[in-house]
Design a protein around this ligand. Structure first.
Ligand code: SAM
Ligand code: SF4
Length: 271
């Protein structure tokens, strides 16, 4: 089917027993696992030493203080230590950060990027914060909303990411900024699709509508579904329009489309 990269994002993937062995069963596939970096055991490191199809990305928020404030006391130190251990045994590793108004200036500071490079960190995922509350509520000033970059801040941030990319020896992935290389939103099988822990196939991790569940239908059927086809076909839906995410920017159209194709919500608390 042309699928060769599988991103496992959790929850916390390292709480799932047998994960590394499971990835090892699919030698022609690459797995990128996102982790908070606090739960890897000696057994995990021993198994990882022998793996050759895994990359492990550890999350921090920015500074030690801010990371520990959001993720818990001592988590920054544990996360960096995990990266060091992975690097020492030859596992490709790097950092992921959720970019919000609280920390985007930290990530725009060249000294902070240089500091990571000095520590031999060569991969950086900068994922712009996407709120979990429904857009209609977002239009009023909710807490969730206040974390979103403002359009001018997003432009500034993007410009700095592009500058780093052309000047610094670190591989940076910026979401959704890099979707511009693909002509907009890459959901619904244009670039990727998402499977929830319950098996529902959703267009993207941020989207919670589905028509297929992989416990009773195939991935091929889900990717060919009217829901996915309509999203891919509709260019307007693929544009972010100043928001961090295209599907989030078009709640009415997405709702109407969900109704049309008989989609159900995979998480009743959000969207
Ligand atoms: C969902 S977490 C799960 C994996 C693992 N438990 C961890 O803490 O990294 C994977 C990545 O997504 C980022 N993330 C979490 N919530 C997000 C949101 N609302 N918008 C954008 N990125 C988010 C996190 O910072 C983290 O780097
Ligand atoms: S739905 Fe949003 S976050 Fe997902 S691929 Fe499209 S623009 Fe990016």
């Amino acid at each position: 089917m042309g699928i060769f990269v599988n991103i496992i994002s959790g929850g916390e993937p390292f709480l799932f027993p047998g994960l590394i062995e499971l990835c090892g069963e699919f030698e022609d596939q690459t797995f990128v696992i996102f982790t908070n970096g606090t739960a890897l055991t000696e057994t995990d490191y021993n198994l990882l030493k022998r793996s050759n199809n895994l990359a492990i990305i550890v999350s921090i928020e920015g500074s030690p203080e801010f990371t520990n404030k959001r993720r818990g006391t001592g988590v920054y130190e544990k996360a960096l230590n995990t990266i060091k251990n992975l690097d020492q045994i030859g596992v490709p590793t790097g950092i992921s950060a959720t970019i919000s108004r609280m920390n985007f200036r930290y990530w725009m500071n060249p000294e902070n990027i240089d500091n990571l490079i000095k520590q031999n960190i060569r991969m950086l995922f900068l994922i712009e914060y996407i709120p979990q509350t429904p857009l209609p509520q977002l239009k009023t000033e909710s807490t969730d909303h206040s974390f979103l970059l403002k359009p001018e801040e997003r432009r500034e941030f993007r410009a700095q990411v592009l500058k780093f990319r052309s000047t610094k020896p670190i591989f940076i992935i910026h979401s959704p900024g890099d979707e511009e290389y693909f002509g907009g939103c890459v959901s619904a099988g244009r670039g990727f699709a998402h499977i929830t822990p319950a098996g529902d196939l959703t267009p993207c991790p941020i989207s919670n509508i589905a028509t297929h569940n992989l416990t009773n239908s195939t991935l091929r059927e889900g990717l060919a579904s009217p829901l996915f086809k309509e999203i891919c076909k509709n260019e307007h839906l693929l544009e972010t329009e100043g928001m961090p995410c295209a599907l989030f920017a078009h709640p009415e159209e997405v709702s109407a489309l969900a109704k049309l194709v008989g989609a159900y919500k995979t998480d009743l608390d959000i969207l």
